[in-house]
Design a protein around this ligand. Sequence first.
Ligand code: NAD
Ligand code: UGA
Length: 459
Amino acid sequence: MEVKNICCIGAGYVGGPTMSVIAQQCPHITVTIVDINAERIAAWNDSDLSRLPVYEPGLAEVVAEARGRNLFFSTDVDGAIAGADMVFISVNTPTKTYGKGKGMAADLKYIELCARQIAAAATSDKIIVEKSTLPVRTAEALKSILHNTGNGVSFHILSNPEFLAEGTAIQDLHRPDRVLIGGENAEAVQALVDIYATWVPRERVLTTNLWSSELSKLTANAFLAQRVSSINAISELCERTGANVDEVARAIGTDSRIGPKFLKASVGFGGSCFQKDILNLVYIARSYGLEEVAHYWEQVISMNDHQKQRFADNIVQTLYNTVSGKKIAFLGWAFKKDTNDTRESAAIYVADALLNEEANIIVYDPKVSAEQVYADLDYLGTRAPKENRRLVSVVDDPYDAAERAHAIAVLTEWDEFRDYDWQRIKDHMMKPAFVFDGRKLLADNRLADLGFTYYAIGE
Ligand code: NAD
Ligand code: UGA
């Protein structure tokens, strides 16, 4: 089965970068990424590459190389499906906000809509690839929809979860630790293996059955998030005992069975997936009556909520038990560095807790717009949008954020924060000048030497 035309439904943080890299690496395949969001497609087609809807180091270069050659962005979903041999589904699968499983299960309505649209638009046989993160056994539902169309077209379903991390998406796609492909039909699996094998060493392309592939994605995210919650749990103990969490992380990380990665204590993990995928795993376990399994994974989220809350609590307590009317400067709003994505960012929840105490917050983030900051706070629904705008301002100069601030909170580990003129910042702050470092970014005594009162997670 030779694939000449690929369609990807969903031009988001996953669909955009993954398909751009496939197009870059496989000039013999035409890749069309479609989305119902016309504004997003227009941004992907913008001649000014700094306006692509996703910020990722190296992405603009990949798009520049392939766009218009064999990479296309379009709103013509039906047309792209009809012309494709292989259709990737890369739409969002957020946590349900209504009905059964509300707040836990993945909302599969966008996935089902895609399946129905594929069924309606297809006039020839196709391989359908699940790229979105899905509950185990979703392929069964897809099969049921696709195999009952009565139009004589046959479909093979594959699971090919994506493991890229934002901020390093292009490097992760160019040199993945592994690519995972689950499927029942050997020819269809081989067709997708052949695409990746163009640039990924063959031994890194793993093939499994459908259900193992679907479940491995949720499991990988659960394990990764669990490491962050585990080191964050230890960070609190460090703060009480005089141990230093970075030293503990180094000491345990040199054990090759534990490994050094993903042991950075923080104000809490964010991002669109860790929480959503663990909630989904918990929901699935519970739906099979596996209460202990569900309860075990639930703790990873409880610990993360605790970490965000105690970071905010520490700010209030340290500032003499009141932040009402005080100016707190936030350095960073994105959920990690090198991305403009703010979904589930710890900053949102820390801000919300401080706003409940009537703090004034001034946000600076190198890649996040004021609009986005307000949208994130409004989405919580804790207070009226007008109140969020009264209490929060967003600036495009970090020194303006620090001006007459009672405290600075570091919420994202952007590299540039290290290089600021911290003496200048301190000179313009209220005294004592407090810094609460939720990323241990500045934990090298430098700030204490300059006369800041400095608190870092896990010290
Ligand atoms: P996203 O919200 O950025 O993008 C999804 C896109 O799908 C949106 O632009 C939306 O308009 C579009 N869409 C929804 N329904 C559609 C339809 N019927 N037809 C056409 N377009 C439609 O989401 P994302 O971050 O790219 O995540 C997509 C999936 O990948 C999720 O399941 C997520 O869990 C998974 N994932 C995400 C990451 C990540 O780093 N963001 C990494 C691995 C896996
Ligand atoms: C994560 C996984 O790393 C990807 O493999 C997966 O594909 C993706 O989720 C997904 O399914 O969406 P991502 O959320 O983009 O990727 O970013 P990570 O680097 O995993 O960071 C997640 C959060 O954990 C961030 O808020 C980060 O600051 C935090 N983190 C990470 C820590 O606090 N400490 C660490 O040691 C590592």
